[in-house]
Design a protein around this ligand. Sequence first.
Ligand code: PEP
Ligand code: MN
Length: 350
Amino acid sequence: MRYLDSLVNITHRARHVQGVDHRLTEIYLLGNTKALAMDFMRSLPCVKRVIRVQEAYRVLGRHGQEDFPHQFEYNGVTFDQKSLHVFAGLCAVDTPEHVELMMKALQENGQVCTRMGAYKPRTSPYSFQGHGKDCLPYVFELAGKYGIRIIAMEVTHESHIEEIDKTLEDTGHPCGVLLQIGTRNTQNFELLKCVGRQDEYPVLIKRGFGITLNESLNAAEYLASEGNRRVIFALRGMKSNLGDPHRNFVDFSHVPVVHRLTRMPVCIDPSHSVGTRQKSPDGLMDVMHVTAQGVIAGANMVLVDFHPRPAKALVDGPQALLLDELPLFLEDVRIAREAYLKRVALFQPD
Ligand code: PEP
Ligand code: MN
């Protein structure tokens, strides 16, 4: 660090990455770095590797580091490009009773993660906007009661993070929260900066539904450039008339692409992609089919809408799966995951 301090026209920033097995310190040099000799940098004490970053995603990008996994643990759950977690839950919190039924079903099925929308960005200003901070106390307390460790929850404003902070504090931290940036806010740069500056909560950022993949990955990089590298990238379908008959055009073939371009774990959201409960003649709902397609391509997280009484849901009832479909859904995910792992083994060099 003393040597780096002595460099003219070059500044540096260090970030610590705590993985499950080891802790890395990454030092980013900015400025006239062309003048630096790679060999010399490599010979400095404690330096394991020197990488010249040319591509766009400086922090989250892969930069050829196949053997340097980016892994993080939050509230006892580990995220990386190898793991898989299902976050089944309510699109929007409506009543304490529905939250409790949902969480009870998750516990009965061995699940420790869920989704619960409190702040809902809606197309129409007259639609239900979510219960906001009023529902947080019972949502967090019920999570604690049913052993839920992490709730994925969208925030649309900086103040929502403070409300989450305060309620977790008041309720004695019964669970953790994965802050979600919705597709409508993927390029809300000021929100991204706020969410990136805090490091209490990891972040799930959704791909923008009408922008390029590169633009969405740069949005994720905003979070990391502000300091929060615990970022998961979610595919949730793209707006396109070609998406008919689905709500959005399913883009889960991009799971391996995001794995290749970045070090982020990749989530798929089959509910907001498909948007219906329609079934094909083989008896499987489209939501199940696309989930399997994402998982067999190596997805690391599945964010999916369930509801105990979809007819009573205030948001997105028609796409929700039923609680008694949860065991089937999880078994279907397990089958696709097993197939993915077999495929990976098949292509490993001897
Ligand atoms: C959601 O997950 O509840 C949601 C609103 O998703 P999206 O931002 O992908 O539309
Ligand atoms: Mn929804």
